[in-house]
Design a protein around this ligand. Structure first.
Ligand SMILES: [Zn+2]
Length: 336
């Protein structure tokens, strides 16, 4: 008997053949593959020690996501939504006693929680795909926002900046930090916190209505030569630090990138996977852990969806590197 229990949850009809119904077959195959990936990710959680089973899961994700129709497929939409919902459930239950819990939700949407604060970066509902059924409903995102104390937005592109998300943070009295050109000329602009874009210099950002303070450096990054792209280094009250690069991609910014590690200790470095010269950048930040992000942004054309598997080449660098899929979490502890 051939049977594997991960298949029991499949909602698509699975007859013995799909003669004359290629579209239905592709949908069924995507659903089947993504359920299998769910199961693999559950059994083999993120680790700096990679293994061929997780590698296979990432390769399967790439195959499904590199179908031009991916964001239109119910199987992919359901996968994204259930992975997001799973992360939210875990977030609600998680109190951190030591180190930091890090959730990767989509593209570069990252939530990080320490014993005293929860910060998030480039949190979006994924309207970048322009597929309404793929994007998260407001009511799915709202409880995640409620879990967070501050939002850092790297730059103005819609796969990183979501005005509804920012507005909700502001209505909840929580700071939203972004470069000046994000939503310039719009009503929300005056309510955004524009910390100075100055290399290495620590600025104080009160959170939790002044109950806690973050120490923050806003590195003056760029996407290409002209788009302002904040690269925040956020240091929590416990002294755990995160760097999130947004779409950093500019040669001239190596003037400061090369020296970050000389000024600050970086715990977790979260780069866009296709950033300029990954090895030189990693050396500049000198982090304890690298978590590449921006893989498989489904709003991009296939050539720029950035396969997970490319990470194995790009981030073959002399630092611990850990890959994460949508909805996964990792408990980071300093010195481990
Ligand atoms: Zn982007």
């Amino acid at each position: 008997m051939l049977y594997y229990d991960v298949h029991t949850e499949i909602t698509v009809d699975s007859p013995s053949n799909f003669f004359g119904r290629p579209e239905e077959y592709l949908e069924w195959e995507a659903e089947n593959t993504l359920r299998l990936v769910d199961d693999i990710l559950l059994r083999f959680p993120p680790d700096t020690e990679e293994n061929i089973v997780r590698y296979s899961a990432f390769q399967m994700l790439d195959l499904v996501y590199h179908d031009t129709e991916a964001p239109n497929r119910p199987a992919v939409q359901n996968f994204f939504h259930r992975r997001f919902a799973g992360a939210l459930e875990e977030m609600k239950k998680t109190t951190v006693n030591e180190g930091a819990m890090i959730w990767k939700l989509y593209n570069m949407s990252i939530v990080a929680r320490t014993p005293s604060v929860t910060v998030c970066f480039d949190l979006v509902r994924a309207h970048s795909t322009r597929v309404e059924e793929f994007a998260l409903q407001d009511e799915m995102m709202l409880p995640v926002i409620e879990q967070c104390d501050a939002l850092f937005i790297s730059h103005r592109h819609r796969d990183h900046a979501d005005q509804w998300v920012a507005q909700t943070f502001i209505e909840q009295g929580k700071p939203v930090v972004a470069p000046p050109e994000v939503w310039e000329g719009e009503e929300i602009h005056s309510r955004i916190t524009h910390l100075e874009r100055v290399a290495h210099e620590i600025q104080i950002l009160p959170v939790q209505s002044g109950g806690q303070e973050l120490r923050v450096v806003i590195y003056p990054g760029h996407q290409g030569t002209t788009i302002q792209n904040n690269v925040p280094l956020v240091i929590t009250p416990e002294g755990i630090s995160f760097v999130h690069t947004g779409d950093q991609s500019n040669d001239e910014d190596f003037v400061w990138i090369d020296k970050v590690g000389e000024f600050h200790q970086v715990d977790v470095y979260i780069p866009n996977t296709w950033t300029t010269d990954p090895e030189r950048a990693a050396t500049g930040y000198n982090p304890a852990l690298i978590i590449p992000a921006h893989e498989n942004e489904l709003g991009h054309v296939i050539a720029h969806r950035e396969a997970y598997i490319l990470n194995y080449r790009r981030w073959n660098v002399p630092y611990p590197v850990m890959m994460m899929a949508w909805g996964e979490s990792f408990h980071y502890i300093q010195g481990k």
